[in-house]
Design a protein around this ligand. Structure first.
Ligand code: FES
Length: 168
């Protein structure tokens, strides 16, 4: 029982999901690779470079972490910031999962036509999982930009996603 306080395990899962995605990208490189090539591959796959991925990139390219940070901050093709003018996050925390979050995740993917950590082709919407907004009692929860929508249902989610402005 943790009420509306996000458990540390749920908070850590968001980070773990991004790190797992980064590891999957880096696993495609066998042997030595240039740091920039690795960073570009992560950027291309996830749409950005999660800050917790810096140690992974540093270890894979055998450089200092500061070198990775300097590269990402100075290279226009790399970014620590997720793209997309609008961000949609589906809570996959324990409580929301018990209330059907997985079905909502599938609905969001189907409606937007993208997987987690991806951006729609028009760069309007980025979809990502989240692990507890601290509003478990109102779940399942979905956050669209800064607003958290509780008691979500697949039809309502589809309606909300179709209402997300695709221009401007
Ligand atoms: S599990 Fe807590 S808000 Fe979703």
């Amino acid at each position: 029982m943790h009420g509306d306080i996000p458990p540390p395990s749920d908070r850590a899962r968001a980070r773990d999901a991004e790190l797992a995605a980064t590891r999957a990208v880096l696993a495609g490189f066998h042997g030595a690779a240039e740091l920039r090539d690795l960073a570009l591959a992560v950027q291309q796959a996830l749409g950005f470079i999660p800050p917790p991925a810096v140690p992974l990139l540093a270890a894979t390219a055998r450089v200092e972490r500061a070198t990775v940070v300097t590269l990402i901050e100075s290279d226009a093709q790399l970014s620590f910031t997720p793209p997309g003018r609008h961000h949609v996050a589906i809570c996959l925390g324990k409580n929301c999962s018990q209330r059907g979050a997985a079905i909502l995740a599938e609905e969001a993917k189907r409606t937007l036509g993208i997987d987690f950590f991806r951006v729609t082709p028009d760069f309007a919407v980025r979809l990502e999982p989240f692990y507890c907004f601290g509003r478990c009692h109102y779940g399942p929860n979905v956050r669209i930009d800064a607003e958290i929508h509780g008691a979500m249902t697949p039809p309502r989610l589809t309606e909300l996603l179709r209402g997300v402005p695709r221009v401007g």
